[in-house]
Design a protein around this ligand. Structure first.
Ligand code: HEM
Length: 446
C-alpha cells in the first residue's frame, strides 16, 4: 500500500507545483497527510517524511541503505565530485582528510579570525549608520561570511577576484536552484542565462585556482583546511590530490560554507527587526556579559540567548531548507514499503514548522531552545545541519561564526527593515530572501 499524497498530473506528478513553490507544497502535504506523504516528481517517486523517527532512520540508523538523491547529480555536474556530492569510499576518504580542520578545538582557534572580520563589518556599519543610508543586509552578510570562510579555511583572500565573486555565486546559485527540479530537457540549450552561468562558473574556477596557486607559492605553516588538503596522501598509493580534485573541494567549501551561514544571519537580522522584545533581551545579554567590549570565543558560553536567537532563526528559515536521499534497497518507513530506487525527502523547512512537533510553530520564540524546553524534543525534529554520517562538517564552524557576528553587530546596531519592503522566502538550493533584505543600520542609543 502506498501512503496518501497529492494526486498531481499524469506523467509529471507534482513537478510543476514543486517547481513553483517547493517549500509550500511540501508543508501543505505534511499538514494534510501526516507522517509520510507520497510524491511523484516527474520520473521519480518517493516519500516526504516528517516523523522524527523516520528522519533518524534514513539519515542515521539505516544511512547505509541510502545515497544522496539524483537531484544532487545536478550539483555534481556543475561543481564536481566533492565532499558534498560524492559517495562511498571516495567520500569517506575526503571526509577523513577534512575532518580535523573542523574539530571544535581547531575551529575555536579560528574564532579570532571571525571576530576580527565581524569588527571590520561593525566599522563599516558605523559609517552607514552615520549616513542613514539603507543597505542590503543579504549582500552584507554574504561579503562577511565569504571573508571569514576564505580567511579561516584558506588562509588568504581571493585577490583580484574578491569583488566579483559574490555576484558570480548568486548567478550560480540561482541558475542551479531554478533548474534543480526541472527534468533537464532544456538545460543544455544556449540561452543568455546559461551564458551568464558559464561565465560565473569560469570566474569561480579562476578564483579557486588563484588561491591554490598562491598557497603553493607561499606554503607558510598555517594549519588550515587548504594545507590539510594539500598535504593529504592516499594510504595505498601515497599520491596527493590532483589539481582538479583540490579545486573541487575548495569550491565545495566556499559554496557550502559561505552562503548558508550568510543566510542564517540575514534571516536573524530580519526576525530581530520584527521582534523588539527578543531584540531587547539579546541586547541586555550582550550588555551584561560584554559591558561594551567586542565579543571573543571565550564569551560565547556566556551568551546563551544569542545562540538561541540563531537557532530559532534557522528553525523558521533553515538555509538548507530541504534535501533528499535515494534508497539503495527496499525499506519500511512508518509502516509503508519504500521500494528500491525511490526517494526520501527530508525537508527541515517543513519539520521545523509542524504543529505536532512545535508549539506555535509560526511564532519567533528563541526561548524554545532553552535546555528546559528542548529536553523532550527529538534531535531529529530540528535538523538545520542534517544528521548522521553526512551531517554538515561545518556546523560548529557556522554556529561559532554566527554567534560571534550577531553578538558583535547587535551590540552596537539595530538593523531596521526598509518600510514596506516585501520579504519572501525563496527556496532555491538554499533559502534566500527573494527581494533581498534592505535595511537601515541604526545605531543603538547606549
Ligand atoms: C548555517 C550554516 C550551514 C548550514 C545550515 C549547513 C547545512 C548543511 C546540511 C543540511 C548538510 C547536509 C546535506 C545532506 O545531508 O544532504 C551540509 C553538508 C555539508 N556542509 Fe554545511 N551547512 C552550514 C555551514 C557550513 C560551513 C561553514 C561549511 C564549511 C566551511 C559547510 C560544509 C559542508 C560540507 C562540506 C558538507 C558535506 C558533508 C558531507 O557530506 O560529508 N557547511 N551542510
Amino acid at each position: 500500500m502506498r501512503p496518501p499524497g497529492p494526486r498531481g498530473l499524469p506523467i509529471l506528478g507534482s513537478l510543476l507545483d514543486i517547481r513553483r513553490d517547493p517549500a509550500g507544497v511540501f508543508l501543505r502535504a505534511a499538514l494534510k497527510y501526516g507522517d509520510v506523504a507520497y510524491f511523484k516528481v516527474g520520473p521519480r517517486q518517493g516519500y516526504l517524511i516528517t516523523n522524527p523517527s523516520d528522519v533518524r532512520h534514513v539519515l542515521q540508523d539505516n544511512a547505509r541503505n541510502y545515497q544522496k538523491s539524483p537531484l544532487y547529480q545536478k550539483l555534481r555536474m556543475h561543481l564536481g565530485n566533492g565532499l558534498l556530492t560524492s559517495e562511498g569510499e571516495f567520500w569517506l576518504r575526503q571526509r577523513r582528510i577534512a575532518q580535523p580542520a573542523f574539530h571544535r578545538q581547531h575551529v575555536a582557534g579560528l574564532a579570532h579570525v571571525m571576530a576580527i572580520a565581524a569588527r571590520e563589518s561593525a566599522a563599516e556599519w558605523q559609517a552607514l549608520a552615520e549616513h542613514g543610508r539603507a543597505v542590503d543586509v543579504d549582500e552584507e552578510m554574504m561579503r562577511l561570511t565569504r571573508t571569514v570562510v576564505v580567511r579561516a579555511l584558506l588562509g588568504s583572500d581571493l585577490g583580484p577576484y574578491t569583488e566579483r565573486i559574490d555576484a558570480a555565486w548568486t548567478t550560480i546559485n540561482e541558475y542551479i536552484g531554478e533548474n534543480f527540479w526541472s527534468i533537464g530537457l532544456t538545460a543544455w540549450l544556449p540561452s543568455a542565462r546559461r551564458r551568464r552561468f558559464e561565465a560565473a562558473r569560469q570566474l569561480l574556477r579562476e578564483a579557486v585556482d588563484y588561491v591554490i596557486r598562491e598557497r603553493r607559492r607561499n606554503p607558510g605553516d598555517t594549519p588550515d583546511l587548504l594545507s590539510m588538503l594539500l598535504a593529504a596522501r592516499d594510504d595505498d598509493t601515497g599520491e596527493g590530490m590532483t589539481d582538479e580534485q583540490l579545486r573541487v573541494e575548495v569550491t565545495t567549501f566556499l559554496l557550502a560554507g559561505q552562503e548558508t551561514t550568510s543566510l542564517a544571519l540575514t534571516w536573524t537580522w530580519y526576525l530581530l527587526s520584527q521582534h523588539p522584545q527578543a531584540r531587547q533581551r539579546l541586547e541586555d545579554e550582550l550588555d551584561n556579559v560584554l559591558g561594551g567590549r567586542p565579543p571573543e570565543y571565550a564569551d560565547l558560553a556566556s551568551l546563551p540567548y544569542t545562540r538561541m536567537v540563531v537557532d530559532e532563526a534557522m528553525r523558521l528559515y533553515p538555509p538548507a531548507w530541504g534535501f533528499s536521499r535515494q534508497a539503495l534497497g527496499d525499506d519500511q518507513l512508518s509502516g509503508y514499503h519504500l521500494p528500491r530506487g525511490w526517494m526520501a525527502f527530508v525537508v527541515p523547512y517543513v519539520l521545523h514548522r509542524l504543529p505536532s512537533l512545535w508549539e506555535d510553530p509560526e511564532t519567533f520564540d528563541p526561548d524554545r531552545f532553552s535546555p528546559a524546553r528542548s529536553a523532550d524534543r527529538s534531535k531529529f525534529a530540528y535538523v538545520p545541519f542534517g544528521a548522521g554520517p553526512r551531517q554538515c562538517i561545518g556546523n560548529q564552524f557556522a554556529l561559532i561564526e554566527a554567534q560571534l557576528i550577531v553578538a558583535t553587530l547587535a551590540q552596537r546596531f539595530r538593523p531596521r527593515l526598509v518600510p514596506g519592503h516585501r520579504v519572501e522566502a525563496w527556496p532555491l538550493i538554499t533559502l534566500r530572501p527573494r527581494f533581498g533584505m534592505p535595511m537601515f543600520i541604526e545605531p543603538r542609543l547606549a
